[in-house]
Write a new protein. Sequence first.
Lengths: 147, 481
Amino acid sequence: MPPDTPDWFHEIDHTGDIGIQVTAPTLPQLFERAALGMFRLLTDLDSVHTSESTQIAVDGRDLEALMVRWLSELNYRHTVDNVLYGTFEVDSIHETEDERVLSATVRGEAIDPDRHTVYTEIKAITFHGLDVHETDGGWAVQVIFDM
Amino acid sequence: MPDYDLEKLDDYRWQIPKTGGMRVPARLYATEAMLEDILSDDAPQQAANVAHMPGIVAASLAMPDIHWGYGFPIGGVAAFDPDDGVISPGGVGYDINCGVRLMSSTLTKEALDRRDTERLVDALFRRVPTGVGASGALRVDPSTLPQVLRNGAEWAVGKGYGSDADLDVIEEGGQVDGADPDAVSARAKERGLDQIGTLGSGNHFLEVGYVSEIYDDEAARVMGLHEGHVTAIIHSGSRGFGYQVCDDALSDMDKAMNKYNIELPDRQLACTPIDSPEGQKYIRGMRCAINYAFANRQVMAHNTRLAFEEALDVPPREHGLQTVYEVAHNIAKFETHRVNGHEQEVCVHRKGATRALPAGHPLVPGRYQHVGQPVLIPGDMGRYSYVLVGTETALDETFGSTCHGAGRKMSRRRARKTAGNRNVTAELANEGIIVRGESRRTVTEEISEAYKDVADVVEAVEGAGLSKKVAQLRPLGVIKG
């Protein structure tokens, strides 16, 4: 673990795949930190300029599905549009009768092979052992990625 | 501590009896020596979880290379009744139709000196894009992609990548029917446009090696495997296209599970009845991904031949690279098997497991009818791989399935820590193995020590009678992601 690892982030070291455990004082921050945690696995975040911003909206039937859709959306854009993101701001999480909708502004830039190293490929964000839950101090989640 | 009992059936078979919500028992194939490793993670519990799924028949099976996966374990096999059973994208995996092709050459190891091997590996590295998001070997336009998705390796051969002789020795002939491009999202299609002919990252590889030992003379002769002769192995799948098909289907099924009153111990096991709209949509889309992977490996096989011609300056007849066989190890298919003494159609899910049919089975290609279907079991990049054949025992007990590889024993981070500042590429070069990787990190994560010894896995499947050894292959050069 690099020395600058924040105390809200823990990488789960599993034989085949990789997971992260993230905590945050609020639910929107939990989603922001989970995204930061995922991009920490992909690259050195210090190398990413946050010059371009993009609006993102995803929905899910509960918080777990919302987390999978959110991270999957970011990973899809990273893969297909060849971008890296460095900052994440969740603008709102709305709850309707049968779904939750998250809106966010994310910032990053196109991948430049001279400045960026992409360490690995995340094939997918899994539901395995996924549990978004409240803790004494806020919120916590564990996410397992298929690498 | 695990909350299940493990009964010993014989030296190679273990069983978790049916308890609680399990509909069938879970059966594990392994030697006693392998058990400690296997029981150290949750994989056997995952095999027991699979036994809860509606319509599962006979048993939830785990091959000796079983290890923890999300939902289904890697190395899992489960068959479902087509009338009251389910289909589960997690039982196939994200990399739909990940598989292995073996090619044999008439060149001998002695004919390649060190510089030849280096030139060959460099040529492969140029012609077969590797690494994260690799693209660019071949780009198809959106109007052509549906042809790839319907016709698989046949499409590639029709475009001049290889020949009909390749198709004869690919599982399913390199093409499955029932693929419907309209069942696939625009996102999956977008991801599919520029990744045909690319290897990808992680444990995918293309390896040039040689036949180091033969155990079954007749089977090896029929396969064109002669001691000292050069071989090539290609391990890859359906790339981003397949990941997206799986992701989309899991999302659909996660929403639909309540409708079908399916309750399972793990949400990643999401499934719906085979004949539900969601199940049928996934099957049609999965078949597109199966064909995509067949086309992908066919194009890479063709480019492997071109790399031999370029690097060694030989015409095709002098390298004589022909396909021995190609297996799929992440797939769901409708097959006919004996269940409780009766022949019936079942939907077999193999996630990190290989089909292994015996001699005489109608799905075994003509030239292998009297020896059995070849099974390719790659090991790590520093040791060896095996060629096996399927058996009657596999057909009777495991829906004609066997293991698929070595399986990791170290996490990627622990592998990097173990390797420290070692120059893995230089170490392997000292042993005569030339490695080219898109990233030094991947090469480090894939060190031999990070994997179990594939010989142990092969010993277990042979001991259980699920497959028979034919030959061992050792590496000369490897390209990695």
